[in-house]
Design a protein around this ligand. Structure first.
Ligand code: ARG
Length: 462
């Protein structure tokens, strides 16, 4: 495609320089946003008397035709074009003739690309929010199913205190709920229109930026034209939020990997979300979880790439900024596919309740409760802690567990022990007694589920 900027130069770009300069291989995916922006731009230009109404009608008709043909596959993207903006404008002029050349009045590719990217980010945030809601819903549903399933809770990956599997799953629901909230916040700052900032300084034409912004569904317009064409904060924010989201994925993924190992055997993933080994017939690998854990790295990389591209570049537009798009696309695509895979994988995941209980019984995770038992009978906690520690140590030595140690044995450590101690260290009771707000009791987990469901409901209504 012949360069539209021929004039100052002859436009004969060295072949490899031309390839180096082009963004069409990756920005072609912005064609719809570009056409949407251009249609509104033509509307505004005609409304302000900057271009004739007839020209506007032809421009819009031409753009709508291009969109239709691209969407149906009737028309292919011209890969010799420099970028998506040049491609669409060139295709328009080819279709409708010289009137097509009026479209780029009071506009620059600098505000045009800024607009396209904002429209794209807004749309993707909305999609991500929908997927996040589904992920949170999947976790809440699973938590409901396993709200009274006892498992060991861990610190330092050492069995610590009994919790329910439902409680554990709800911890992730809370993380994803914060991710959702972050996206909502970012949407607000993305929803500001840069169109009309032009190359960098605004324009001498009597444009109406407010009209263009409103027509495109933006809340307001950027207040400084230099900032409007240079600002990619919303992309950095999006990639930060997606990095945090992926960090959450990597933690859940790691637990799914551990839980489905033979060593833990806490969960069984469905066949549709596991793979086999080409040589080891016994294998059922949690590839999806491992991949999500691995893909976290690339999203962090996308964030760092973008921050580094933007670092230290002077105002306003610089070609460096063409490098903003690939990290943004990659991070969005990656986060979306992880959400799409994980929600059904979690829904189909089955807990091995027996093994969870078994692991809970073996780890002395009710030792805190035994100490609390003595404390509640009047013994200072430090002393109770010490006695319990000695009992645990003796049990380990003799191969005993707290639940099975006879009362006479307990009495040897302290005469405060009575028959009711067995009730105090019963795992189900240990869980049920942790009824503080946010605790692991069944009632508390039910409250957490209700909280999350109400938040989902509220989001759906908005
Ligand atoms: N392809 C360019 C980009 O993605 C569009 C803006 C080009 N502007 C310019 N003045 N060369 O950043």
């Amino acid at each position: 495609m012949k360069k539209m900027w021929t004039g100052r130069t002859a436009g004969e770009l060295n072949k490899i320089a031309d390839k180096f300069n082009a963004s069409i291989p990756f920005d072609q995916r912005l064609y719809r946003q570009d056409i949407t922006g251009s249609i509104m731009h033509a509307e505004m230009l005609a409304a302000k008397g900057i271009i004739p109404v007839t020209a506007k009608d032809h421009i819009i008709e031409g753009l709508e035709g291009i969109l239709e043909d691209l969407e149906s596959g009737k028309m292919a993207v011209d890969m010799t074009a420099e970028d998506v903006h040049m491609f669409i404008e060139g295709a328009l002029t080819e279709r409708i003739g010289d009137e097509g050349k009026m479209l780029h009045t009071a506009r620059s590719r600098n505000d045009q690309v800024a607009l396209d990217l904002r429209i794209y980010v807004k749309e993707e945030i909305e999609e991500l929010q929908g997927l996040l809601l589904d992920m949170i819903d999947a976790l809440a549903e699973k938590a409901e199913e396993y709200k009274s399933t006892v498992m060991p809770g861990y610190t330092h990956l050492q069995r610590a205190q009994p919790i329910t599997f439902g409680h554990h799953l709800m911890a992730y629901a809370m993380m994803y709920l914060r991710d959702l909230d972050r996206l909502k916040d970012i949407y607000r700052r993305t929803n500001v229109s840069p169109i009309g900032c032009c190359a960098l300084a605004g324009t001498t034409y009597p444009t109406d930026r407010q009209m263009e912004a409103k027509g495109l569904g933006f809340d307001s317009v950027c207040q400084n034209s230099l900032d409007g064409v240079s600002d990619r904060d919303y992309c950095v924010e999006l990639l930060s939020a997606l990095s945090i989201l992926m960090m959450h994925f990597s933690r859940l993924a790691e637990e799914v990997v551990l839980w489905s190992s033979w060593e833990f055997k806490f969960v069984e993933l469905s066949d549709s979300f596991t793979t086999g080994s080409s040589i080891m017939p016994q294998k059922k690998n949690p590839d999806m979880a491992e991949l999500a854990r691995g893909k976290t790295g690339r999203v962090y990389g996308d964030l760092i790439s973008l921050l580094t591209v933007l670092k230290g570049i002077p105002l306003a537009y610089n070609k460096d900024m063409q490098e903003d798009k690939e990290p943004v696309f990659d991070a969005v695509d990656t986060a979306k596919i992880c959400l799409q895979v994980f929600a059904p994988m979690i829904r189909e995941m089955k807990a091995n309740e027996e093994n969870m209980m078994h692991a809970a019984q073996k780890g002395f995770i009710n030792a805190t409760d035994l100490a609390d038992y003595l404390t509640k009978k009047g013994m200072p906690f430090r002393e109770a802690y010490k006695i319990t520690g000695t009992i645990v140590s003796d049990c380990i030595h003799n191969g005993d567990v707290l639940e099975k140690l006879p009362l006479e044995k307990y009495k040897e450590y302290s005469d405060m022990f009575e028959e009711d101690l067995y009730d105090a260290i019963d795992l189900i009771h240990c869980v049920q007694r942790r009824n503080s707000e946010g605790g692991t009791s069944v009632e508390s987990v039910e409250n957490q589920i209700a909280y999350v469901k109400a938040a989902i409901q509220k989001e759906m209504e908005e």
